[in-house]
Ligand binder design. Sequence first.
Ligand code: AMP
Ligand code: MG
Length: 408
Amino acid sequence: MIPVEEALEIVLREARALPGEDVGLGEALGRVLAEDVASDVDLPPFDRVAMDGYALRAADVATAPVALDVIGEVRAGQWPDLTVGPGQAARIMTGAALPPGADAVQQVEKTQPLDEFRVTVLAAVASGANVAPCGSEVRAGDIVLARGRVIDPSAIAVLASAGKARVRVARRPVVALLVTGDEIVEVAVRPGPGQIRNTNGPAVAAQARLAGAEVRLLGVAPDRQDAIVEALRSGLAADVLVVSGGVSAGDYDLVEPALLDLGATFLFTRVAIKPGAPLVFGTCGETLVFGLPGNPVSAQVTFDLFVRPALLKMQGARILGRPRVEVELLGAVKNRAGRRSHVPARVRFEGGRLVARPVRSMGSGDLAAHARANALVVIEADRVQAAAGESAEALLLGNFLEDDGAPL
Ligand code: AMP
Ligand code: MG
């Protein structure tokens, strides 16, 4: 049994960078940027007006109210064909370019038209007010996004501003996924006596997709070594092979021998983690192989802690782990396992600090409890419990920001 950090180190050491490919901006969401992106333009590209109002010379309105001559209008998308002289103003719209001669804009609410050609400016403005100067946000040639960034909507906006209709990203890792277990039936089936629906297949596939992978489903194999070997064979063409179940110490836990038959080398087979001690990792040729415990929560947690970082590293992502925060426990948590424990909890910002309410859970099979959690409170292997009021470390899960405001 090896510590969590050591296991993760081994996994990340084996996870090698995938080549890049070019995709259209519309397909870039969730991919990992494989190039540094420089802007090809200044941002703003001209002295951009931020308010509807009047372009003027700030010095002219220092003693407002002051009446100015209105010499014309500048609209967004129009290059100004007028120059604002002393005692003059031009009507101007948000997004328009500041005309030469003007150095500020007074918003329309602080003006009063006298007639078509005269306006009273009711308040003074500072030079530069309501104008974003050309290049003040980004200079042409500046790096606006660095490789390793996971492309989210705000990154899409930056890519769009830099003219990147196509962008270089890491190829998606291909994950082949096999579910094992005589008791497992497909989702659409009503389970018979002793049977259980396949929850790990869909859940782990979803986790892999959110981590940028393309998933190939290898189906459900019964607990027979020859059947598992057969089902796994086609998975060896994938970058990562994930097997659910069949890695505990039971007589019908045949994933390890099946993988050995296929020539896999194991780098570890047990990790000091709860949930999920039986966690197998190795390689088979170029393919990384993970054997996840079958218990639904164990499968999801070990995926999140080991497989997800591997997939992200293969894509060159800069950040591989979930955010860690310090929380104050609102309830006690126990850890009798002698392993590093991950307790499902709901974390919320409250009273100036992050607080965590442990979710009532029946254990590593309780997938409903896991779905109520938005974080995992971490209790180290050498601690048997943590009391309410103590501070603890928590890993924020992917759903952390989806807070329905319900009481913890
Ligand atoms: P195993 O790791 O194969 O010993 O399975 C541990 C527990 O997880 C057993 O109760 C299994 O029935 C359950 N389990 C295994 N695979 C799945 C799966 N794909 N979906 C739901 N439960 C599973
Ligand atoms: Mg099993």
